[in-house]
Design a protein. Structure first.
Length: 331
């Protein structure tokens, strides 16, 4: 073959490859970031036909991205359709999963893909939630209190706490990795693998998508837990700014005015209090010989103790530096 003919063939092959990559980039721009990895995986086979499992993955993932765009317009986020032969056998087929969001509104979608002449999704299941931290509450498997920023989600928080309890707490490790998926499904580490950190009185876990759990293990006395929640509420409200205790023991934001007593937390790292600030027109503890604690000033919000009709108040006790307790209202 002459050199000119060889050069012409090489130029034609390069042009064809360039046109193919342009089509892939154009498709990725339409379908979103999740399609990029599938498109490049298909294009990166060095000219060889992809294996059946790789081809199935590419087809299923691209179709799933299109399905998500159609049914949840404006939402963005990762999705996967694990489909190697071993994974398909283990999972019982090609099971696709996506966690997408629009602002703080999140949707997790499961669907089983049938790959043939066209991809059909069956057994579609969705869960949705608005990302915000829940109040600390008891959970059934391992004692203590948990708070999550992904309420109503399909994450198995109890299973995650069991794993963290063994891998972090009992092994006395500062950090560990645990799963929030109690089952045999594989291929979804992006969603269900959480990195956890042991901060002593608080253990925090987070996956790569920002879904997170905070766990207060047992061990704090009721009095210490009360102090922890107050410290967390002060930090939740004022951040790193100093807070001031007025003579009436009302917690207010530090101002330019003189402060005789700054609030000193027993648990400086506490955050995510179970207590909440509630504005009311009337004193919820009227008629009871206590003084309700309020934030910002004498007319600021009251402090609900995480249980309905229980309010943080100064008592007549003299055994504490700051004699407070959660007092039930008369109503």
């Amino acid at each position: 073959m002459s050199p000119d003919r060889q050069n012409a063939i090489a130029a034609a092959e390069a042009a064809a490859q360039n046109r193919g990559m342009k089509r892939i980039v154009a498709a990725a721009a339409i379908l979103g970031a999740a399609a990029v990895s599938a498109a490049l995986a298909f294009a990166g086979s060095h000219g060889h036909a992809p294996s059946r499992s790789v081809a199935s993955t590419n087809v299923a993932e691209r179709a799933f991205v299109r399905w998500l765009v159609k049914h949840h317009p404006g939402f963005q986020g990762p999705s996967v359709c694990p489909s190697s032969s071993d994974v398909r056998q283990n999972n019982g087929g090609i099971i696709c999963l996506g966690e997408i969001h629009k602002g703080e509104r999140y949707v997790q979608v499961w669907a089983k893909a049938s790959v043939g002449g066209e991809v059909v999704f069956r057994h579609v299941a969705t869960r949705s939630w608005t990302r915000h931290w829940s109040k600390y509450s008891p959970q059934q498997v391992s004692p203590g209190l948990i708070s999550v920023n992904t309420t109503l989600s399909p994450y198995d928080w109890r299973w995650l706490v069991l794993g963290v309890d063994y891998l972090c707490r009992q092994q006395d490790h500062r950090s560990c990795t645990a799963s929030a998926l109690d089952g045999q499904l594989v291929g979804y580490d992006l969603f269900f693998t959480f990195s956890c950190h042991n901060e002593g009185n608080l253990i925090t876990c987070r996956n790569k998508l920002g879904d997170a759990l905070r766990w207060l293990p047992p061990g704090l006395s009721p009095a210490a837990l009360l102090d922890w929640n107050i410290d967390a509420l002060v930090r939740d409200t004022f951040g790193q700014s100093k807070a001031c205790l007025r003579r009436s023991y009302i917690v207010v934001r530090e101002r330019s005015t003189y402060c005789s007593t700054f609030y000193t937390p027993l648990f400086p790292q506490a955050r995510g209090s179970a207590f909440a600030l509630i504005r009311l027109r009337h004193d919820p503890l009227a008629g009871i010989n206590v003084v309700p604690v309020r934030f910002y000033g004498r007319s600021g919000p009251y402090v609900e103790c995480g249980t309905p009709h229980h309010w943080l108040a100064l008592t007549n006790a003299r055994t504490q530096q700051w004699p407070v307790a959660c007092v039930r209202s008369g109503g």
